[in-house]
Design a binder for this molecule. Structure first.
Ligand code: NDP
Length: 246
């Protein structure tokens, strides 16, 4: 299936994986809807996409606020007439050891990484059901499949996203033709580690980032692959890691 004129909402589009995905799928013909809190960055990205002949709409918003998400979907339908898919990509990773009790950071991860995904699904689902199909791609992580130091809460949020995706798939794919995918990347070179405040983790992170990590474009390509399969094909999981990552 090609992407021409398919309308795809991408959260966390202001940087990293979301930004690369917007560029990739817009280049292949999708109309992209860019959501994140940093409106200025989204506008810069929209201009770049349009300069390359693509189509983009900016609707700034916070994924933890259901109303913001509903506004994104409403503006999408007003502008492009429909919504065909959602890439639930926005996420945070303020890793810390549990004994530091950084409970505000735990809350933020639960709010953005889990509740943000739920808000996205509840906002687009009525439209996908009306359209008799569509795509939901949730960006989980390698962290869904294994614990790493300082990642107890982050790994738990990403396991939740992976399992929620499987539940969605079983409930939505056969009955409504809505394909659902969990993408589980290993280390990707982005700003994701910028929210880490635990000094003990910062030391470990710099060691880890010495390896040759994935680029955001590698994940964008996996998302493109998922979106362009024939309707009969549901890609359940893509577990994609750097060659050098143990
Ligand atoms: P970045 O930090 O580059 O991007 C995170 C994006 O999430 C930004 O666009 C940010 O935009 C957005 N965001 C954060 N909070 C909110 C919010 N409340 N509402 C709306 N948008 C929000 O990191 P990545 O590109 O790496 O992260 C993308 C996803 O990939 C995350 O879910 C992450 O967990 C996952 N992932 C990343 C890996 C990696 O190694 N980089 C590995 C595995 C998974 P803004 O601040 O403007 O709102």
């Amino acid at each position: 299936m090609n992407l021409k004129d398919r309308v795809i909402v991408i959260t966390g589009a202001s940087s990293g994986i979301g930004e690369a995905t917007a560029k990739k799928i817009a280049k292949e013909g999708a109309k992209v809807v860019l959501m994140a809190r940093s409106e200025d960055k989204l506008v810069t990205l929209k201009n770049e996409i349009e300069k390359d002949g693509g189509k983009a709409l900016v609707v700034a918003g916070d994924v933890t606020k259901k109303k913001d998400f509903e506004n994104v979907v409403e503006k999408t339908v007003d502008t492009f007439g429909k919504v065909d898919g959602l890439v639930n990509n926005a996420g945070l990773m303020p890793l810390s050891f549990i004994n530091k009790l950084k409970t505000d950071e735990w809350d933020k991860m639960v709010d953005v990484n889990i509740k943000g995904v739920l808000n996205g699904v509840s906002s687009v689902l009525p439209h996908l059901i009306d359209n008799k199909g569509g795509d939901i791609i949730n960006i989980s992580s390698m962290a869904a499949n294994r614990y790493f130091p300082g990642g107890a809460v982050y790994c738990a949020t990403k396991s939740a996203v992976k399992m929620f995706s499987e539940g969605l798939r079983q409930e939505l794919a056969p009955e409504y033709g809505i394909n659902v995918t969990s993408i589980e990347p290993g280390a990707v070179a982005t700003n994701l580690t910028s929210t880490v405040t635990d000094e003990d983790i910062k030391d470990k992170m710099s060691e880890m980032l010495e390896m040759n990590t994935l680029e955001s474009e590698d994940i964008a390509n996996a998302i493109y692959y998922t979106l362009t399969q024939p309707k009969r094909v549901n890609i359940n999981d893509i577990y994609i890691v750097p060659t050098e990552q143990k």
